[in-house]
Design a binder for this molecule. Structure first.
Ligand code: HEM
Length: 198
């Protein structure tokens, strides 16, 4: 059941993110449409490729696929890496130019830098044959990719709770990824403690 929820959240948020392809940015993403006008390269690279990375997460975590079809895992891993690198740079550019205020800008900018850095470290480890390092860095990378999901869960909750939008958005720019990363560190620590006991 948990797996089903995870697949639906990842694929659902990825697919909904491409809504601009059907009805345009002005209509489907009015609050960020100014980015599309002022910096179309950054915007379309980000909203076009970031969902690719998110949609690949459940496939890359799928143990059966990983163990039985190494070549597919490697191929999808390369696509994930390119999608994160390009959309992360686009996301950084959007963060530095957002009109959502300095707190939101800093939250998104740090997320973008860490997203690219953890993914690059994960891919470098895999290429060096360091599978333990690869696993640890990719858990961090995926925790950050999932910020796209947590952000879209927290936003409606903040609205239902009646919170003022600008303040809530600034807080969510941090809350969408800092707890994810802490959970990732907890899982990494637990795994290495278990390995030490065995
Ligand atoms: C993890 C690193 C990410 C960073 C740093 C980041 C950053 C940003 C920023 C700064 C904006 C503009 C917000 C504004 O100015 O108010 C934005 C919008 C957007 N991002 Fe990301 N993003 C990330 C991941 C993702 C992922 C994985 C997806 C995939 C679903 C995604 C999809 C979108 C979409 C669709 C928008 C347009 C607005 C919306 O629909 O909410 N982003 N992003």
């Amino acid at each position: 059941m948990r797996n089903v929820v995870f697949w639906v959240l990842c694929m659902g948020v990825a697919l909904v993110s491409w809504r601009f392809l059907i009805a345009g940015v002005e209509l489907t993403m009015p609050t960020v449409a100014y980015h599309a006008t002022l910096r179309p390269l950054a915007f379309f690279t980000h909203v076009g490729l970031a969902p690719v990375a998110l949609a690949l997460v459940p496939f890359q975590l799928w143990r059966g696929l990983r163990d039985r079809h190494r070549a597919i895992h490697r191929l999808l891993g390369r696509v994930y890496g390119v999608a994160v690198l390009l959309s992360g740079l686009g996301g950084l550019w959007l963060a530095l130019t957002t009109t959502a205020g300095p707190v939101a800008a800093a939250g998104f900018a740090l997320l973008a830098v860490l997203w690219v850095a953890t993914t690059a470290a994960g891919i470098r480890s895999a290429m060096a044959g360091n599978l333990a390092g690869h696993r640890v860095w990719m858990i961090r990378s995926i925790a950050l990719t999932l910020a796209a999901v947590t952000l879209r869960l927290y936003l409606p909750v903040s609205m239902v709770a009646g919170l003022e939008f600008a303040g809530a958005y600034s807080a969510i720019a941090w809350l969408c990824w800092v707890p994810n990363l802490l959970i990732a560190e907890f899982l990494i620590g637990r795994r290495s403690r278990l390995a030490a006991v065995q």
